[in-house]
Structure formats: C-alpha cells, structure tokens
Design a protein around this ligand. Structure first.
Ligand code: FES
Length: 104
C-alpha cells in the first residue's frame, strides 16, 4: 500500500537531541531529531502499552521509562529486555523545512 505523507511539524520546532509527541487520526507518535535526522515511531511500548514519550532519547534510541527497554529509532527493534517485540516506525521526509510522515 502506498504511503500517504502528512506534514506534521516545521524542522525548526524540534532541536537536535529532542523529540515531540503528536497525534494523527488517533495514532500517537513520537517525532525525534537525532544527529541531523528525523525519526517517527509509535508512542507505545511493545512490552506493556506504556507511552514511550514518558521516556527519553538515548542516542538513536528511545528508552521506555517504565521498565527500561530501549528501541532503535531506525528499525523499531528492542535492544533490551523485557520488551521482545518491535515498535512501529514510519518513513519520514523533509521538504521545504517541513517534516512529513508516511502514514500508510
Ligand atoms: S512498558 Fe516499556 S519496557 Fe515495560
């Protein structure tokens, strides 16, 4: 299925090393800016459905604040237990200073 890209934020609103949370059509998302790149992942830990936006960035990972699992912002893969399932990642494009997320 083709992705539908949606403009969600201006690049200037997310300093490098920080993230914002947003909701689109009921989907809770995290949009992170790490080392000059933007990443979009679902705002829900795969371990216990806990909001990852309560956690923090750890390099190119988001760390769940409930039990400490880290997830790659690139792949969504868990890097530490107890989580053993990936989180969903979304394609990101930057056009004209705006960040677009592919929400298929
Ligand atoms: S709820 Fe995230 S690691 Fe347990």
């Amino acid at each position: 299925m083709a992705e539908t890209f949606v403009a969600v934020a201006a690049c200037a609103t997310i300093p490098d090393g920080q993230f914002i949370k947003l909701t689109h059509n009921g989907q809770r998302l995290i949009l992170a800016h790490v080392a000059g790149r933007y990443h979009a992942v679902e705002d829900q830990c795969s371990h216990d459905d806990y909001p990852l936006s309560f956690g923090c960035l750890d390099g190119a990972c988001i760390k769940c604040s409930l039990h400490g699992s880290r997830f790659s912002l690139e792949t969504g893969d868990p890097l530490d237990p107890p989580a053993d399932q990936p989180i969903r990642v979304f394609p990101v494009q930057v056009r004209d200073g705006q960040i677009w997320i592919g929400l298929g």
